[in-house]
Design a protein around this ligand. Structure first.
Ligand SMILES: C[S@@+](CC[C@H](N)C(=O)[O-])C[C@H]1O[C@@H](n2cnc3c(N)ncnc32)[C@H](O)[C@@H]1O
Length: 341
């Protein structure tokens, strides 16, 4: 393997552009119990067989190697992470890794009502829930599944569990849910939750068009018809632009709102993320198709030093920035559900 340029100066996961990588997103399955139109093609995807997925032991091994190299936050995602059986056991194992500060999860919340308590107990500190509409009929339309009530009760359970961080991810699409922006802000105003409005991103076969993207500047204009937004300063590598909310009478909201501006104002220069796909590939950039598969070499007996070298090689390929939106929509990248959002 050619690892030229991938030798680090220190024992950290630093790329060619001096970005230090401390955040690993692990997809634990490519399966999902929803069929969101913007995430997967209408005809579905061919799911990996069970033996193609990393086992919990393999996930823990890669995680431990990365934590030794400075990763301090891991997010479990998918597919839908909660459809992977015994996911709470993996959470428990990861949260015991020395040096890891945060185990987080992104979920569609369909199964959260029954799992929120055990996930919190086993070590989930930060939970992101995805919900793009507060209207039951629209939920069915976008997810192709009639599960709004389950999601809503999952959100209520999460609100009672006092996670260190609780966020609601809303992908905003022009003509679909941009008329609900103020309703979501109202939800954030009354609840201790951070509502994150995400600009619609292009992936393979996800019906993306530039005119369906609502930019964060347009969202802010809509919100400011009813609320005042106050910029909050935070982690410089955070992907969101974060704001507190005040209503017209000057009362502050309990929650906050953020904007994930990957399309109109990308944040590649501070990117600190690596991804591990459910079938064991390291992906250094969400939008960059190249992947380095660790699973097969691990199963053939690779030692930790070799796995580390492969991770560093993947990092050495990471581009300085992703291509512009319209170019991305034509790229060879996998679907979002296969990569793990
Ligand atoms: C792929 S999902 C996986 C985790 C889990 N099943 C869930 O629904 O949260 C992770 C996140 O990616 C977001 N996502 C998927 N496709 C997207 C797109 N085309 N543009 C922006 N965000 C997207 C989803 O809204 C979700 O918040």
């Amino acid at each position: 393997m050619n690892v030229l340029n991938s030798k680090p100066l220190q024992n950290t996961l630093t790329d060619r552009f001096q970005r230090v990588h401390t955040y690993l997103r692990i997809s634990v399955t490519d399966r999902c119990n929803l069929r969101c139109a913007y995430c997967m093609p209408a005809e579905g995807i061919v799911y990996r067989q069970k033996k193609e997925l990393l086992t919990f032991e393999e996930i823990e091994r890669v995680a431990a190697i990365m934590v030794k190299l400075g990763v301090n936050k891991i997010r479990l995602t998918g597919g839908e992470p909660m459809v992977r059986r015994d996911i709470e056991k993996l959470v428990g194992r990861l949260s015991r890794l020395e040096g890891l500060k945060t185990v987080a999860m992104t979920t569609n919340a369909t199964l959260l009502h029954e799992k929120a308590e055990i996930l919190k107990k086993n070590g989930i500190k930060a939970l992101n829930i995805s919900l793009d509409t507060l209207k039951k009929e629209r939920f069915l339309q976008v997810t192709r599944r009639d599960q709004f009530d389950q999601v809503w009760s999952g959100i209520q359970s999460a609100l009672t569990q006092n996670f260190d961080e609780l966020k609601l991810n809303v992908v905003v699409m022009a003509g679909f849910n941009d008329d609900e922006i103020l309703d979501f802000v109202e939800f954030a105003f009354h609840n201790r939750i951070n509502v994150r409005f995400i600009e619609f991103m292009p992936f393979k076969d996800n019906e993306w068009k530039i005119d369906k993207v609502v930019t964060y500047k347009d969202m802010i204009s809509t919100i400011e018809t009813k609320y005042k937004l106050n910029a909050l300063s935070g982690d410089p590598s955070a992907v969101g632009k974060d704001f507190g909310i005040t209503d017209k009478s000057g009362k502050s909201g309990k929650g906050s709102v953020s904007f994930i501006t990957s399309m109109s104002d990308s944040f590649c220069s501070t990117c600190n993320r690596l991804r591990l796909t459910a079938d064991g590939s390291v992906k250094s950039c969400l939008f960059y198709p190249a992947e380095i598969n660790l699973r097969d070499r691990m199963r053939e007996g690779a030692d930790d030093a070799e796995v580390e070298e492969m991770i560093r090689y993947s990092l050495s390929l990471k581009p300085e920035a992703h291509a512009p939106a319209e170019e991305l929509s034509q790229s060879d990248n996998r679907t979002m559900i296969e990569i793990g959002g």
